[in-house]
Design a protein around this ligand. Sequence first.
Ligand SMILES: [Zn+2]
Length: 644
Amino acid sequence: MEKNFNKTFYITTPIYYVNDIPHVGHAYTTIIADSITRFKKLLGSDVFFLTGTDEHGQKVEKSAAEKGLKPIELADQVVGRFKDLWKALNISYDYFIRTTEPFHEKGAQKIFQKLRDKEDIYKGIYKGWYCVSDENFLPEDVPLEEEDHKICPDCGKRAEIVSEECYFFKLSAYQDRLLDFYAQNSTFVRPPSRMNEVISFVRQGLKDLSITRTTVRWGIPVPDDPDHTIYVWFDALHNYLTGIGYDWNMERFERFWPATIHLIGKDILRFHAIYWPAFLMAAEFPLPQIVFGHGWWLKDETKMSKSKGNVLDPHVILETFGPDPLRYFLLREIPIGLDGNFSHEGFVHRVNSDLANDLGNLIQRTLTMIQNYFNGKIDEIDEENKRDEILRQGFKSLKEKVFQFYEDYAINRALEEIWAYINSVNKYLADNEPWKLAKDSTQRKRLGRVLFQATAAIRAISYFISPVMPESSAKIWDYLGEEKPIQEKMFSELKFEDFKLEQKIKKPRPLFPRVVLQDFLKEEATPPAQPKMEEKMEYVTFDEFKRMNLRVGEILNAEKVEGTDKLVKLEVDIGTEKRTMVAGVADVYSPDELVGKKIMVIVNLKPAVIRGIESQGMLLAAEVEGKATIPFFPEDVPTGARVL
Ligand SMILES: [Zn+2]
């Protein structure tokens, strides 16, 4: 089965574990995959983009039990949250696989059976240090701590000795074949530094891998030996086969397998670059072309994870900005292989500088001038002179670079080049001063030419950014009077000359409003609210008002939230219970002066996670020039009293 990588393109994200909550880290991987998918479609490739969820295993079983749910009920809830997030981010996946789907379970069992028949899987006894939290036996080389126990190197929790009958995969038999494969496919793992890590790991020697459990019930049963369930990782990796049809839509499976690129976080490199190709060799499937290990988005210099409580919930950003600024920021800020540190300052800077100033202003003023000076339709232009040519020439070289960088998965470099071009268009307008030309009626053709060149350039820009910012580019495309959707224009056919004289331009609306950092932080500190009403008084009925549960709360504790100027974490007694709340008042009040004070609290506001802290309510304060003034109740007002 030989595959032409240029014709079909199969891209995957890892399947996300349903014991997690969707955060910026998941969004990052999925946005990369989506942008690459959109770019490949512009090239006319036959693309399949697979994402989904990993739903089996001990941790899911435990978490579900803690919540009083069946594992599948927990999975259903989390799947809903992931799908909502992908919708909000404009993710255009072709299939969302769940490892609890019957066709996946059947497919994984079939492969297990095949490997057992050829004795790549055999039964034995495994005794070793086991991390319950990670569902993983620790590597042998983890040293013993004092008191003769071992600590899991991944999560830092104490491991237990576990001895069990289980099935092993004969990984040791694949060491040489893997090394041969890496030697012949030196770009299999990217970036290259990670290829070296993988090779040196394999050279140290591979041990057979235990791939079943008798202690876990929430898993796929081993065929004909149902006391054993298949190890969650063995199960999960096979989603890449079953998700495109292995064993249930073989026509599609043959069309897309092997995968062109598995996008993964660098923490799961070993599974994808060593175990997975060995499983595939054993099952006699062709191997994927690339495993790309991307870096992590750090918050306060540490990896975001639920257990560390520092995850960044993308919903607040999405509700304020829509999908494109976040998509742009994550892909522009760092190359795909490196780590990045997420800061609100950095995000707001990108939105204001790159999106609002450079791109947004360019479009707004150019198209507005066409409205004002030509009634929306440029109808006469003079000959293109040397200065005008710059934009057309710039387009040609930009097109080549953008192609090359997207092809190399260097999306940040493609965006850098596009922004350099945006700035050259801004410079062109500044040099040619169309607003001055407009004052002289003899210059009408010259004015037409200047606006025509700039608009042709804007059209190209909107096309080139479309894989990363599909929503904004579609709007720009529409303002330009393009009739067909952007994705129907093939990359190879895109020309500067496509923009035609007398094309009817629509009146633009600002695409990327500027953001004030303080307002944004306040937005983050306030649980997501209804969209702001624009200066229109909306009445609520008394019954609606009564739904707000407002009470007198007493502040028991207050401390500043590290790494922020404004946020303070409060422990508040509301009469019936104590609540944790985060408020944006630390720039006005010191924690010490808040303790003991009685405040007005809305206690039935939907909880929101702010800087990793769940805020279970909100204190009310007046806003005066961006600063909070809190109304305090006299001491003799009882804590918990209802405010009406
Ligand atoms: Zn662990």
